[in-house]
Design a protein around this ligand. Structure first.
Ligand SMILES: [Zn+2]
Length: 317
């Protein structure tokens, strides 16, 4: 796009607050300085740069979810938060950090947002389901399940409920790795929607209150390799049988996930009363238990869908 001299002049005057005479003098001066090698327009461009004035509207186009291609940089996107997943920590090659993730949707689809930047991860606490977020400067990737994701790093930004942003009806396109229990034959990530059919006596272990890792007794104290001597937190592990009509699987729930389902009931009978028959969406890792030669689901996220979602799920089956 080429702007004519008058347009540039007007923009500089408007945005700098300088008078027309002053701006024109600066432009003339620049032309003289460059020995008339450039046009008036060219000199005006340089002046606007020097004054830090943007001549073009540089707001990149905000994309809709179904327009996102794999491999895009600086993606801007607005969407409604459909789900906030638990922030996970990772340790890899002496690097450690956290990964936050969300599912957002707009009128054209849904996409998972993967957040690497610690400041943005902190911001997740201020978000809730149904909030509209505006994302700036994300980059798109494809995950192992073949779905597109938008990743956010240090250059990315998130605005929560920015004024004027509206999302109409959400089009659900990507329930990611939703699987039927009968198909869980290979290790990997899976989401299963089904019913708790049985529950086993919860077991407890001592975990570090900071990093949640298992603690081992040392003399009469408990020590975390990373955090030293700490006061152990009694942490549950819960095994359940989970059935989705196509089959059943033993699911293992740790910590928060177990606590969510147990809802403060420790007695097995009470717990059975509480949890049996509950319809849940479990997400986690399918692993093979070699000892018993069976597949198990190690749950890292447990959700109780609201009734509307349950109906939609059942209609999809
Ligand atoms: Zn620790």
């Amino acid at each position: 796009m080429i702007l004519d001299y008058e347009t540039i002049l007007r923009k500089i005057i408007d945005k700098s607050g300088l008078s027309k005479t002053d701006v024109e003098a600066k432009i003339k001066e620049k032309q003289i300085q460059l020995q008339d090698l450039i046009s008036k327009e060219g000199a005006a461009h340089i002046i606007s740069n020097e004054l830090g004035i943007k001549l073009f509207d540089e707001t990149p186009q905000t994309l809709k979810i179904n327009n996102i291609q794999v491999g895009l940089n600086s993606v801007n996107l607005s969407g409604k938060i459909l789900n906030i997943y638990e922030t996970r920590s990772f340790q890899k090659n002496n690097r450690s950090g956290n990964i936050g993730s969300l599912l957002i949707g707009d009128e054209t689809g849904t996409i998972r947002i993967v957040i690497w930047d610690e400041n943005l991860i902190k911001l997740i606490k201020e978000m809730k389901q149904g909030d509209i977020i505006k994302i700036m400067n994300g980059y798109s990737k494809q995950n192992n399940n073949g779905f597109k994701e938008l990743h956010l790093g240090g250059k990315s930004q998130i605005l929560i409920n920015p004024e004027g942003e509206k999302i109409q009806e959400i089009k659900i396109t990507q329930i990611s790795s939703r699987k039927k229990i009968k198909d869980l034959n290979n290790p990997g990530f899976a989401e299963v929607f089904g019913t708790v059919v049985d529950i086993f006596e919860p077991k407890y272990y001592n975990s570090c209150p900071i990093c949640s890792k298992k603690l081992f007794p040392e003399l009469d104290k408990f020590k975390c390799q990373e955090h030293g001597i700490t006061i152990p937190k009694k942490t549950p592990v819960l095994n359940i049988y989970f059935d989705d009509g196509t089959g059943n699987i033993r699911a293992v729930l740790f910590r928060e996930q177990a606590e969510k389902l147990m809802n403060k009931k420790e007695n097995l009978d009470e717990l059975k009363k509480e949890a049996r028959g509950k319809q849940l969406l479990l997400k986690g890792k399918v692993t093979k238990n070699e000892m018993f030669n069976r597949m198990e689901l190690v749950v890292n996220n447990l959700e109780e869908p609201d009734p509307k979602e349950i109906i939609a799920e059942l209609e999809n089956q």
